[in-house]
Design a protein around this ligand. Structure first.
Ligand SMILES: CC(C)(COP(=O)(O)OP(=O)(O)OC[C@H]1O[C@@H](n2cnc3c(N)ncnc32)[C@H](O)[C@@H]1OP(=O)(O)O)[C@@H](O)C(=O)NCCC(=O)NCCS
Length: 172
């Protein structure tokens, strides 16, 4: 899928190095993520293995958004590995700050939801988002996600606790 020179596609093992560079960049840009700068400790071989496993699994999806061969956004969804949880999973999403507000998050999320319908396996998409992440919450609400619960003290960032809310979307 292409929108205003942004290409959304499934990640492949060869994206590993670029993806690690991307993750390091966004870790420094946003306090809303579950990781901070230099915290991922992943090497290229590990990342290649991760991307390979996502491409093999029927209930997992790793999307990247690219502009001119550079990764500027990503979304990864992983369903459960056992039969009782294979129909459900959580995703994480991010876009480089320079590209916020250009509907790249929205297109990534729509691509996930369409894929979920096509799998005939996924019946439920869950997420958790920091309570004060207004932009992300609006994005999820506009895609049909419903607020369902709250997790107190879910994140501890620079000595401050943050609560998260859980949201979900049934795939019928
Ligand atoms: C959350 C994030 C992925 C959104 O990506 P994005 O590409 O900027 O989002 P979009 O441009 O597709 O905007 C989607 C919706 O977000 C909302 N939105 C956009 N800009 C907003 C703003 N300044 N304030 C509040 N809501 C805003 C709108 O509802 C918008 O849809 P609309 O324009 O049709 O009304 C991105 O901001 C990001 O990477 N943030 C840091 C990491 C993060 O928070 N990840 C989520 C963790 S749960």
């Amino acid at each position: 899928m292409e929108e205003d020179s942004v290409m959304i596609r499934e990640a492949v093992a060869d994206d590993a190095e670029k993806l690690l560079d991307y993750l390091e960049k966004i870790s420094a840009e946003s306090d809303f993520l579950t990781f901070g700068p230099r915290e991922l400790h992943l090497d290229i071989a590990q990342e290649k293995d991760t991307l390979d496993s996502f491409s093999i699994r029927d209930n997992a999806l790793f999307l990247v958004a690219e502009v001119d061969d550079n990764i500027i956004g990503c979304l990864n969804f992983s369903g459960g590995t056992r039969s009782r949880t294979a129909h459900t999973g959580e995703f994480g999403i991010s876009v480089l700050q320079a590209y916020w507000g250009q509907h790249i998050g929205k297109v990534l999320l729509k691509t996930l939801i369409s894929w979920a319908h096509r799998t005939h396996i996924i019946r439920r998409i869950n997420l958790r988002v920091r309570m004060d992440n207004v932009r992300a919450k609006r994005l999820y609400q506009s895609a049909g996600f419903v607020e369902e619960g709250m997790i107190k003290r879910d994140l501890l960032v620079n000595g401050k606790f943050y609560d998260s809310i859980t949201m979900g979307l049934d795939i019928n």
